[in-house]
Design a protein around this ligand. Structure first.
Ligand code: HC1
Length: 574
């Protein structure tokens, strides 16, 4: 450890710490704006400046390493005045229509201005830039009038997702964050993952809001409006209402949806079980009949788009299964419509997702089993929270309620889909029992759990070594697939999720301020909700789900049947 003094108090902090990190051990949070741990460590915004004895000017604490005997002051009048001036300068070129801004109340810039007592927002007003809002992408818009040039978005796009479709253009006062040649984001090879939105401190980046379309459908008496919720929603929604990260709010979530007026409240987890039935069958079929291997999962639409753009010769490896979201929509408009005597055209199928790429996925080709879209409208967890706020539903006092039957019945295998490794584990539970014909003694495939970017395991099943790999985050996916392509690694089955940590860390989840993100692993905290649910559920294997059994017995016949293919499978573009 290294001994330093912060604000006159002696501190021992681990060697290699920055001043910002050392201050945490002294219970002092130094404010930041551009800093994102391990992603954007550029010391550029000057909000985290502190005084250091002997230094000629204020130093950026996020990148300044501590050394023995150092003396630091984090809150002197000079420091506070500097931070305030920095904010005033940012505001002089910032759209200050804060009242109705989508980030009002959880904008990091707004909070800093309040905390640092910025009272005159216009003190440096003068020349200001004006930008057109970029609506070209299917899933989001970019409003550079609210951009503060922190570069968190471009860092996550390039360093975490290995895509790099946005970054600084021009120089000096004219600097903007944009795509190369100022193309619309929709014209680039953006994969719609929304990780840029998740890390944006202001309202510069946001999903396209589809809540009005949902309200309109609910208000239309000629429509039967059905909603499904992704596994991860229950693990994140509570954060929008002030609950700690990692709180399971499944019961209140269902209650809220019912009070919003949906005719049926169902669970995507059911369709995750259905995906496992089809995908495990597809896997065994490819293994036994010399099909293309490795089989790669296809439930994450950001990943699928990435594969199509960047690894087009590997689209044959993708499972032909639609994602659970789409399988759910397809089941609603076929099986459920039949059962209820409804015309699929009169059903509006809505999904609540932790994902922005789902907004792109619903409009893909070959996602219309009944001749109409499988899913009509998809909203993020944030949009869902806004609907709850807008309608005055007191979320925290809601009773816990249960999903409707039969498409609300699911297993532990379905719910873990939301965490990296979950699809693999769920598939193994079914594939291994199918191959061996014996009941598994332990259902926990712990080797594929956890937040590491790439995980590998070998399982000996019925005398055969099955090699599997799991990657989350597209940079990790790129690394893994490059090895496979070059013949440096060989697998039978690969799970890839577009967002690091899987859907629990999706681009449509609640935005967590950097000050919390930098010191907590939100992926593990949210994933724990799903694994806890799994271990407490009566059924933990997709093939044990009674509602799934009934669906096959009365409608689809068996996994991989002709009918199942027509309804539940899709194709990809090269
Ligand atoms: Fe996901 Fe999936 S796990 S992709 O992350 O396979 O979005 O949660 O709904 O479709 O089930 C997302 C989550 C989700 C699908 C499932």
């Amino acid at each position: 450890t290294i001994n330093i003094k912060i604000n006159g108090v002696d501190i021992a902090a681990p060697a290699g710490s920055t001043i910002l990190e050392a201050a945490r051990t002294a219970h002092i949070d130094i404010p930041t704006l551009c800093y994102l741990k391990e992603i954007n460590e550029i010391g550029a915004c000057r909000i985290c400046v502190v005084e250091v004895k002997g230094a000629r000017s204020l130093v950026a604490s996020c990148v300044f390493p501590i050394n023995e005997g150092m003396e630091v002051w984090t809150n002197t009048p000079k420091v506070l005045a500097s931070r305030r001036r920095t904010l005033e300068l940012i505001l002089s070129d910032h759209d200050r229509k804060c009242l109705s801004c989508v980030r009002s109340g959880n904008c990091e810039l707004q909070k800093l201005c309040k905390d640092l007592k910025v009272e005159d927002e216009g003190v440096y007003d003068g020349e200001a830039n004006e930008y057109e809002i970029d609506y070209s992408a299917a899933h989001m818009y970019r409003d550079n009038n609210k951009c503060i040039l922190c570069r968190r978005c471009s860092a996550v796009c390039e360093k975490v997702q290995a895509i790099g479709v946005i970054g600084p253009n021009e120089r000096g006062f004219k600097t903007t964050i944009a795509s190369p040649f100022n193309m619309g984001l929709g014209d680039t090879s953006c994969v719609s993952c929304g990780q840029c939105i998740a890390v944006c401190p202001t309202g510069a980046l946001s999903e396209k809001d589809h809540t009005d379309a949902v309200f309109a459908a609910i208000a239309d008496p000629t429509k039967h409006v059905v909603v499904q919720t992704a596994p991860s929603v229950r693990a994140g929604l509570g954060e929008e209402f002030g609950l700690p990260i990692g709180t399971n709010v499944e019961g209140k979530m269902v209650s809220a949806l019912r009070r919003l007026g949906f005719d049926r409240v169902f669970d995507t987890d059911f369709a995750a079980d259905l995906t496992i039935m089809e995908e495990a069958h597809e896997f065994l079929d490819r293994v036994q009949n010399g099909g293309v291997l490795p089989l790669i999962t296809s439930c994450s639409p950001g990943w699928v788009k990435y594969c199509e753009h960047y690894f087009p010769d590997m689209t044959e490896n993708l499972s032909s299964c639609k994602s659970p979201q789409q399988m759910f929509g397809a089941t609603i408009k076929t099986y459920y419509a039949d059962k209820m005597g409804l015309d699929p055209k009169d059903i509006v199928s809505v999904s609540v997702m932790p994902c922005t790429a789902k907004k792109f996925e619903v409009g893909r080709e070959d996602q219309d089993a009944a001749g109409v879209a499988d899913v009509d409208i998809t909203i993020t967890v944030r949009e869902f929270a806004r609907m709850i706020e807008r309608t005055g539903i007191n979320f925290l006092s809601l009773p816990d309620e249960e999903f409707d039957s039969p498409l609300g019945i699911s297993t532990g295998a379905g719910v873990i889909f939301g965490a990296t490794g979950g699809v693999m584990e769920a598939a193994l539970r079914t594939a291994v029992e199918t191959l061996t014909g014996e009941e598994l003694k332990s259902l926990d495939f712990t080797e594929v759990r956890g937040v590491e970017g790439i995980k590998e395991a070998i399982y000996n099943v019925a005398g055969m070594d099955i090699k599997v790999a799991v990657a989350s985050g597209l940079k990790n996916a790129k690394e893994l697939l490059t090895k496979v392509k070059n013949g440096e690694a060989e697998y039978h089955f690969i799970e890839i999720m577009g967002c690091p940590g899987g859907c629990v860390n999706g681009g449509g989840m609640p935005q967590v301020p950097a000050g919390i993100r930098n010191f907590n692993d939100i992926r593990s905290l949210r994933a724990k909700v799903l694994y806890d649910l799994d271990s407490s559920m009566p059924y933990r294997k997709s093939h044990d789900n009674p509602a799934i059994k009934e669906l096959y017995n009365t409608y689809l016949e068996k996994p991989g049947s002709h009918k199942a293919h027509e309804i539940l499978h899709t194709t990809y573009v090269k």
